[in-house]
Design a protein around this ligand. Structure first.
Ligand SMILES: Cc1cc2nc3c(=O)[nH]c(=O)nc-3n(C[C@H](O)[C@H](O)[C@H](O)COP(=O)(O)OP(=O)(O)OC[C@H]3O[C@@H](n4cnc5c(N)ncnc54)[C@H](O)[C@@H]3O)c2cc1C
Length: 384
């Protein structure tokens, strides 16, 4: 993720928020149940999000992006989350884990070929790192790309890949060299390459988002599709993870806020024992406990967003991003749990945002670095 040096005025941020909120209320929220049951987001929605500039926020204008601070992107995250669907969110933001390494490593030709159509919502992008043999230990990935003339021949499998079924472009981490982190490179692989196939996966949550296992069976990819120098993949992926962790922390906090709003509205409306739920002290205290966690998490996210915008990449800050993602995931899990409980039977029913968010939370706590791995990385960066 780039630092932006851009500061929008409060009026610009407010006006952007209003615009995105209107889009969410009119075009997204009324359809999220239908898309979740169908297990996919209509292509048209990517295009509409692209036309509004949501997909290109903060990316270079020469590739179809819009200059914006991460604070501006945070507004888009919060507003898209208001639709209450983690799957929709993943569909609209997963391209960022492709775009970031493409900007860092890609050749001019690769960037021009992929980025404008991805940021316009015309093409879908995925980033494939995790393998059936393991996702946490990235340095030991096994998918091999062997040089054969002017092509790499790719053999191996990737799994749990978001946008994996429908993407047009994949940034794939492969082993071009020896063992360990230095043998890893990134390859751009198009969906129609012979020897490349996909199997859709069924999941606990994030239903709108298609997730897949990717199979590479002697798949020939031109050397011109190598992103950056051979062996440069691992470092770029680590940098990519920092941005992804801030994004996911913001996503988690935003969904926790949605749970709180749903719980508060319900507590005001629902009557038991002759009075609204909110008149029971224990219910009010639950709401305050939610608000307390939300306030601390949101404040930390704002602070981290400002530091990222200012270009901080220090070890203590990377440790902070790991802890923040864990903290925000726990806030989301706790608030979803409290909200579902407060909603009673309704909390268990499809159609309530909290019900879906309760199912979606593990995607946050496992994807983009599972909790234990992030604790270990934080400890390492803090020199413990
Ligand atoms: C819905 C979803 C979408 C995803 N999207 C993508 C995507 O788009 N692209 C992509 O590349 N990947 C994606 N992933 C994969 C995700 O990044 C991995 O699942 C994650 O990194 C964990 O890897 P793993 O599942 O192989 O678990 P493992 O690495 O096998 O680990 C299993 C568990 O053991 C713990 N653990 C592992 N090692 C240690 C240790 N040394 N000490 C203590 N605990 C340890 C982990 O924390 C984890 O809880 C997605 C995953 C999900 C669930």
């Amino acid at each position: 993720m780039n630092s932006s040096n851009i500061i929008e005025t409060p009026e610009e941020l407010d006006s952007f928020r209003t615009q995105i909120r209107r889009f969410v209320e009119r075009e997204l929220a009324p359809h999220v149940d239908e898309w979740d049951e169908a297990g996919e987001l209509p292509r048209d929605i990517y295009r509409k999000a692209g036309a509004l500039g949501i997909l290109g926020l903060g990316y270079p204008e020469e590739y179809g992006g819009t200059s914006a601070s991460l604070a501006m992107r945070s507004i888009a995250i919060q507003e898209i989350a208001r639709a209450g669907s983690g799957g929709l969110f993943v569909c609209l933001f997963t391209h960022s884990i492709f775009v970031q390494p493409m900007i860092a490593l890609g050749t001019e030709e690769q960037k021009q070929r992929t980025l404008p159509s991805i940021l316009a919502g015309e093409s879908i992008a995925a980033c494939a790192i995790t393998e059936p043999s393991g996702g946490s230990d990235v340095a030991n990935l096994r998918t091999r790309a062997r040089l054969d003339g002017d092509h790499f021949v790719v053999d191996g499998e990737k799994t749990f890949i978001s946008n994996g079924v429908r993407a047009d472009y994949y940034a794939v981490a492969v082993r071009t060299g020896g063992e360990g982190a230095r043998g890893i490179s990134m390859l751009l692989i198009e969906r129609d390459r012979p020897g490349f196939s996909r199997t859709a996966l069924k999941k606990m949550g994030w239903w709108t988002s298609d997730t897949a296992t990717l199979h590479f069976d002697a798949c020939r990819v031109p050397v011109a599709n190598l992103m950056g120098k051979e062996g440069s993949g691992f470092r770029t992926l680590m940098e990519n993870f920092n941005g992804e962790r801030l994004l996911m922390a913001d996503e988690a906090c935003s969904f926790a806020e949605v749970c709180f709003e749903e719980a508060l509205a319900w507590a005001r409306e629902r009557e038991t024992f002759g009075q609204p739920l909110i008149r029971h002290q224990v219910v009010r205290h639950k709401l305050v406990d939610m608000k307390m966690r939300l306030t601390s998490t949101r404040t930390w996210i704002e602070q981290a967003t400002a530091r990222m915008d200012a270009g901080d990449r220090s070890d203590p800050f990377i440790a902070e991003l790991c802890m923040l993602k864990n903290h925000a995931g726990q806030t989301m899990r706790w608030c979803a749990d409290q909200s579902v409980q407060l909603l009673g039977g309704m909390g268990f029913m499809r159609g309530m945002k909290s019900e879906r968010i309760y199912r979606d939370v593990k995607g946050i706590m496992i994807g983009g670095g599972a909790e234990d791995i992030l604790k270990e990385l934080a400890a390492n960066k803090l020199g413990y």
